[in-house]
Design a protein around this ligand. Structure first.
Ligand code: B12
Length: 347
């Protein structure tokens, strides 16, 4: 007698599915990852859940593994490419005729995290919106040209890195000036979207589902005077931005004397150090722009953890911060922000 055994269909509620899917994207197994997605959809799993509870959640794990130095940048890139394929597979199998209105979905200038906002775009499409997806790194002027050409009901603007906030502000003001309300999202706008409010957005949402809820509520909002929130930043912000190159290069030159291990760095380590010092100045500028040291203290805590995972001790970051600080003696707000950052470092 032949006994047939059938494996039960996969479900998002399977405790091991998240790990299995992470393993597939981590192994670069595009075929396997897409197969899981297709199977879930065939079994009746809502596409929204596949996007949020599988693809988005896995990307979060990918970020943690990269930050902990367990996965290389290349492995993260490969995994993200597979997530994009998986997302395309979801989109290909679920089509909804637009009934709600038209929305432009874009990342702010200099923002390369296109996948989070792509997920938002697909969620909006499934909710009946006609979506114009502009992707990563959209300069404000081009965004406004697009608004003139398409006349959307809203702009959904993503900022995942707080250093892009000044550019986000310019884009938000420009969109509102031409009468198009802006909903903002992404971790760059801060906890509870607190910096989005400062930049004058009409709405903020933590995630794609929250954005749908907000847009299905009392939308469109009445756009107030866009110029009421159009001006932020002061002399200190302007000084730091204008002297970014000098601040970084001077700190780099002085670093060899202040932190001797640097003299043994290879080219790759030198480049990474220069990039890190660039981030120090960029996050400092963003903190000055919105007048909130938390942007900088969050950055210091995060960078210190990332560096420690790569065996760079907190004292190296501390020295880097002090070398930038030494060049800003006449700028009390900048000094206060850097001091708040230094205070967050483990002794
Ligand atoms: C993939 C990835 C990249 C890729 C992006 C490729 C792509 N096509 O997207 C690349 C390699 C380009 C990249 C670059 C960098 N990255 Co990166 N990246 C990631 C990673 C691993 C996944 C991003 C993702 O897809 N997340 C999945 C989505 C679904 O997550 P989500 O945030 O929950 O998404 C929801 C919300 O954000 C919200 N949302 C997003 N946008 C919007 C917009 C609106 C209008 C609304 C309403 C909602 C909304 O809705 C989404 C869906 O629910 C994250 C880790 C993470 N936890 O996200 C790091 C991460 C975001 N990156 C990080 C960093 C630091 C960087 C770099 C600075 C690294 C470097 N040293 O160069 C650069 C910055 C580049 C730039 N200027 O933009 C950090 C940010 C830390 C911080 N301080 O905030 C993270 C958190 C990694 C980590 N654990 O440390 N990155």
């Amino acid at each position: 007698m032949t006994v047939f055994t059938t494996t039960p269909p996969r479900s998002l509620d399977d405790p091991g599915l998240g790990e299995e899917y992470l393993r597939l994207v981590g192994d670069g197994d595009e075929y396997g990852a897409v197969e899981v997605v297709n199977e879930l959809l065939e079994n009746g799993t809502p596409p929204q859940r596949v996007m949020l509870d599988l693809i988005a959640r896995t990307q979060g794990r990918v970020g943690e593994l990269w930050a902990a130095n367990e996965w290389s940048i290349a492995r993260e890139h490969a995994a993200t490419a597979i997530s994009e394929r998986a997302l395309a597979a979801v989109a290909a199998r679920s089509s909804v005729r637009p009934t709600r209105g038209r929305i432009t979905v874009a990342c702010v200038d200099g923002e390369w995290h296109a996948l989070p906002v792509r997920i938002l775009g697909e969620m909006l499409r499934l909710d009946g919106w006609r979506v114009d997806f502009l992707g990563a790194n959209v300069p404000g002027t081009h965004l406004v040209t697009h608004l003139h050409q398409t006349g959307p009901d809203a702009v959904a603007l993503s900022c995942m890195i707080a250093t892009r906030l000044p550019r986000a502000h310019a884009a938000i003001t420009a969109c509102r000036s031409v009468g198009v309300p802006v909903i903002a999202g992404g971790r760059g706008f801060g906890p509870d979207g607190r910096w989005a409010v400062k930049l004058g957005t009409d709405a903020w949402a933590a995630g794609a589902q929250e954005a749908l809820d907000r847009l299905n509520g009392d939308w469109p909002p009445r756009i107030g005077d866009p110029y009421e929130t159009a001006f932020l930043g002061d002399d200190e912000y302007t000084y730091v931005v204008r002297h970014r190159g000098d601040l970084v290069s001077t700190a780099l030159v002085r670093l060899a004397a202040a932190y001797p291990p640097v003299s043994g760095y290879d080219q790759r380590q030198h480049d990474a150090t220069a990039e890190d010092l660039g981030h120090v100045v960029d996050f400092l500028a963003a903190a000055l722009y919105v007048d909130d040291a938390q942007i900088f203290t969050d950055f210091v805590q995060w960078t210190s953890a990332v560096l420690e995972a790569r065996e760079v001790p907190p004292v190296a970051l501390q020295i880097g911060l002090m070398l930038v600080r030494d060049q800003l003696r006449d700028y009390p707000a900048a000094i206060a922000v850097i001091d708040a950052g230094v205070a967050k470092l483990r002794p």
